[in-house]
Design a binder for this molecule. Structure first.
Ligand SMILES: [Zn+2]
Length: 118
């Protein structure tokens, strides 16, 4: 359990889950194909980015539900709540994108789908 938390924390810091030193991203939105330190391939198969999209979508859905609950519970104007929730969701989706991809790589690493080549 401690290993799982450690790997997920390391990937949230955008570091390689295998060596925990290499940076996963070379630019704001471009992931390295391989870890610059240990050489592990981060996304072996095409389409593995969809896991990160699922993480982002799930978290944004929770935000939408929280926004709807806020609109029901409070007396705030619904238009402001809808607009504010939409802005927060878009900003979160953009800024959390790298972390969602990195966490997904960490999950793949924990399940054995990402491994060091020997
Ligand atoms: Zn590495």
């Amino acid at each position: 359990m401690f290993r799982v938390l450690r790997i997920l924390c390391v990937t949230m810091l955008l570091r390689c889950p295998a060596c925990q030193r290499g940076q996963m991203f070379r630019t704001l939105f471009q992931m390295n194909v391989r870890c610059p330190v240990c050489g592990v391939v981060f996304e072996r198969d095409a389409g593995e980015v969809t896991g990160a999209m699922a993480i982002n979508t799930a978290l944004m859905s929770i935000m939408a539900i929280a926004g709807a609950a806020l609109a029901i519970v409070t007396d705030f104007p619904a238009g402001w709540i809808i607009g504010g929730t939409a802005v927060v969701m878009v900003l979160f989706g953009v800024f959390f994108y790298r972390h969602a991809r990195a966490v997904w790589v960490g999950i793949l690493f924990l399940t054995g789908a990402i491994f060091e080549d020997v």
